[in-house]
Design a protein around this ligand. Structure first.
Ligand code: ADP
Ligand code: ZN
Ligand code: ZN
Length: 762
């Protein structure tokens, strides 16, 4: 070991982050590297260390090696061992974790676990086979010899080996009935050899499709993107593209073309697709084109499957990883491109700490590896389009649908007018007629209901009393009596609380207490009454509890086993249904009443995506949007399918009101069981922030009650900070973290979390 002037050896000490997610231990602790481990410890390695007063052995990650002790040598503890089965984090991942921690606010260990989604090593599955080791001529001689000596098992085996050369071990011991002893005899004599390969658990079970892929002649719009990419990629320019292309305009085809170029350069690719759109159909397309180099991760994979994919990527056996936001952390050695499809999707934002957004994180990763980033969407997020306008992204537009498909005709129905005309049904006259028409023509229909949470709550029409959950500040939802364990009950969707139906109002005794708005179940029932011959499928949170439900319902509909599919927003994703010529949006404005600044954007996206489901083939499509606010700009522009007009109005609103992306927001979320303590802590923190950041002009709002003040008996309050510069808000977060550290003892029972540019409100 080399020593420097002061006699300290290179890397005698290690700074280690302990595997405990608590702010109090969220800093590196220095340990001595014992002689037995000198030279064996590297940054990123998982090690076992004695910790705390009891010196209990716990896991930790080595951040860096240092030469000098920060404390007197005798006070330092030693690393106990390198963790068995631990997976080391690469230096680049440690840097990414540090970036996540700083940018979104979390403990270091939580950030590390985010970049390292696989926590356990799992033994690879093995495949054994037996191969002939001698020349064929020699084998034939042996065969004759075995037959002469009536060694029938050996003879059987030799015959097969002569024909196939290599046989699966299971076949030899199974069907051929050769004993292990006989086999090892042959192996010992060097007549045959045993091969052991580890087989990979391939989560894509698609090998059975033999559809061939044929190269398409790209349209001019598609060609423009591919040509620009080819050139920029060759010139090693920084590539940040946004493809704004309506559904069916050929974005996926473009992704595949540019992916091919990146692979040819020997680089690897991550393709992000929202989990809900990760369908068999999409995966098959990638698999048919790129074969075994494609793999997929999703939340349903077992630990073993995840680990395999992780290792395969690290070894370069997988070169395209497809998956939801966690696929970003695939440990490729030579990443060249990140594609992010449907970049506007809310699921790209993590809902646990660190609450990172995949778009920004992808940018950071691309920056670090000098890779390209290509975003695509039919309804780009305000964030992405804003950046394109500022010139940070290069914008490409795909305006035309392929395969001769038409854009559907869109009609808006004013539900207030319907009511005036005495129509109290959930279906407007226009929609009813259209449904009759399609049923007659044997074409398919999709009916879409915005959001479940608003549907089916119970209130008293005499006094207005609403039946609420005793543990949460939300109304209970009615489940109807057509099967299911909770049929005919009132249910809380936040905590699972259930109770019997109510027939008399507990406040005033009126019997006019009933369900208020239509949920998907109610729509299904109404359809059965109104169109008794129609075959109806329903898709919502209740019918998609099991792993394969989602895929099953969609396939059934795709196979025309039903005429009408009713559902929540989940039906607007994924499959192409060629026979769907009518899309009905039953109450377009339900998402507008949600009180957060993204409500209009979300409504516009949902309506546009839902409309995009109609007329995916030669048959012309029609969309009927039912609404109480036909004049609202999100509905007007969605009906006209005019993204740019919507963007202009929406960004003007965000500018004036100081909302993202025009400005940035930091949400500080305070939760505790003691209502008073949580509220008071909120007040204290807000006041301190106001004082500290008055000069820097950070606007501090709150504390205020969260949208739902109580969930599961926990009270929830929120403070917002607003400023044009993101970095200013990071300062606010850092300030709060320090402040909380100093008053830790008083605030133990209260949890504080941060959320930058919140997507889903609090
Ligand atoms: P998006 O991803 O924008 O929804 P896709 O890439 O899925 O669009 O394309 C829609 C359909 O058009 C797919 O069936 C695809 O195979 C087909 N397609 C895409 N590009 C072409 C092309 N240049 N020529 C013919 N068909 C194409
Ligand atoms: Zn009442
Ligand atoms: Zn509840």
């Amino acid at each position: 070991m080399e020593r420097d002037k002061e006699g300290n050896a290179e890397g005698c000490y290690a700074n280690i982050i302990v595997d405990i997610s608590h702010e109090k231990v969220d800093r590196p602790f220095q340990y001595r590297i014992p002689d037995s481990l000198l030279g064996k410890i590297e940054p990123g390695m998982k090690v076992q260390i004695p910790f705390g007063r009891s010196n209990k052995l716990i896991d930790g990650y080595v951040m860096e090696l240092t030469k000098k002790p920060e404390y007197p040598e005798e006070k330092l503890k030693s690393i106990h061992a390198v963790s068995e089965g631990g997976i080391s984090i690469e230096g680049s991942q440690v840097r990414l974790a540090a970036w996540l921690k700083r940018t979104y606010g979390s403990t270091m260990i939580a950030a590390m676990k985010t970049v390292l989604p696989v926590k356990q090593k799992v033994k690879a599955a093995e495949k054994k086979s037996l191969r002939l080791k001698v020349e064929k001529e020699k084998g034939k001689e042996l065969l004759l010899e075995y037959e002469k000596k009536h060694q029938t098992a050996k003879a059987r085996l030799m015959k097969e080996l002569l024909e196939y050369e290599q046989l699966p071990y299971s076949l030899v011991t199974g069907k051929l009935g050769v004993t292990g002893k006989t086999i090892s005899g042959l192996v010992e004599k060097q007549i045959a050899e045993l091969l052991v390969e580890s087989t990979w658990r391939n989560p894509i079970k698609l090998a059975q499709t033999n559809q061939k892929w044929d190269r398409k002649i790209l349209t001019r719009e598609q060609q423009a993107v591919v040509e620009a990419f080819t050139k920029d990629f060759k010139d090693k320019k920084e590539i940040r593209y946004l493809i704004h292309g309506i559904t069916g305009s050929g974005k996926t085809e473009v992704y595949m073309e540019i992916i091919e170029q990146v692979l040819l350069e020997g680089k690897e690719v991550i393709v992000l697709i929202p989990e809900i759109a990760l369908t068999y159909q999409t995966l098959t397309r990638f698999y048919n084109r790129f074969g075994e180099q494609v793999s997929v991760v999703n939340s349903k994979l077992s630990a073993g499957e995840k680990y395999d994919q992780f290792l395969r990527a690290k070894r370069g056996e997988v070169r395209i990883m497809i998956g939801p936001r966690t696929a970003l952390f695939t440990p490729f050695q030579n990443l060249g491109l990140i594609v992010m499809d449907e970049e506007h999707e809310g699921s790209y934002k993590s809902d646990t700490m660190p609450r990172f957004h995949a778009r920004e994180t992808a940018e950071e990763i691309a920056r670090n590896c000098h890779g390209a980033l290509v975003l695509g969407s039919a309804t780009p997020s305000l964030e992405a389009y804003f950046r394109a306008e500022k010139g940070e992204y290069r914008l490409f537009t795909l305006k035309n649908r392929l395969e001769g498909a038409y854009l559907p005709a869109v009609y808006t129905v004013d539900l207030r007018e319907e009511l005036k005309q005495g129509n109290r049904s959930v279906f407007s006259n226009r929609l009813k007629e259209a449904i009759y028409d399609r049923l007659q023509k044997k074409q398919q229909i999709m009916l879409f209901l915005n959001r479940r949470g608003y549907a089916g709550f119970i209130s008293c029409r005499a006094c207005g009393y609403v039946v609420k959950c005793p543990h949460c500040d939300v109304a209970l939802t009615h489940h109807f009596g057509n099967g299911g364990s909770n049929a005919g009950k009132l249910v809380c969707h936040y905590c699972g609380y259930e109770r019997e139906e109510i027939n008399l109002c507990p406040e005033c005794g009126s019997k006019y207490i009933s369900g208020f708005k239509a949920g998907t179940q109610q729509i299904e029932q109404k359809l059965k009454e109104e169109f008794p011959s129609a075959r109806v499928l329903r898709m919502d949170g209740d019918t998609t509890r099991k792993k394969d439900d989602y895929e099953r319902i969609l396939s059934a509909f795709s196979n025309e086993e039903a005429d009408i599919l009713v559902g929540t927003q989940m039906i607007v994703k994924g499959h192409d249904f060629k026979k769907v010529t009518l899309v009905g949006i039953l109450a377009a404005d339900l998402s507008l009443s949600a009180n957060d600044y993204r409500a209009a954007e979300r409504t516009f996206q949902l309506l546009t995506q839902a409309a995009g489901r109609a007329g995916r083939d030669k048959l012309p499509g029609e969309v009927v949007i039912q609404t109480y606010q036909p004049e609202h700009y999100s509905i007007v522009h969605a009906a006209n399918q005019d993204y740019e007009a919507f963007y202009k109005e929406e960004i003007a609103f965000r500018e004036i009101a100081g909302y993202p992306p025009a400005a940035h927001m930091l949400g500080v979320f305070i939760q505790g069981r003691d209502k008073k303590a949580a509220w008071e802590l909120g007040g204290f923190l807000a006041e301190k922030c106001r004082e500290a950041f008055r000069k820097k002009k950070v606007l501090i709002i709150g504390p205020a009650k969260a949208t739902i003040e109580k969930v599961n008996d926990t009270y929830r309050y929120v403070i917002y900070g607003k400023h044009r510069e993101y970095s200013r808000l990071i300062e606010v977060k850092d300030f709060l973290e320090e402040l909380l550290e100093s008053i830790r003892e008083q605030t133990k029972q209260i949890s504080i979390t941060f959320d930058f540019d919140p997507m889903n409100g609090f």
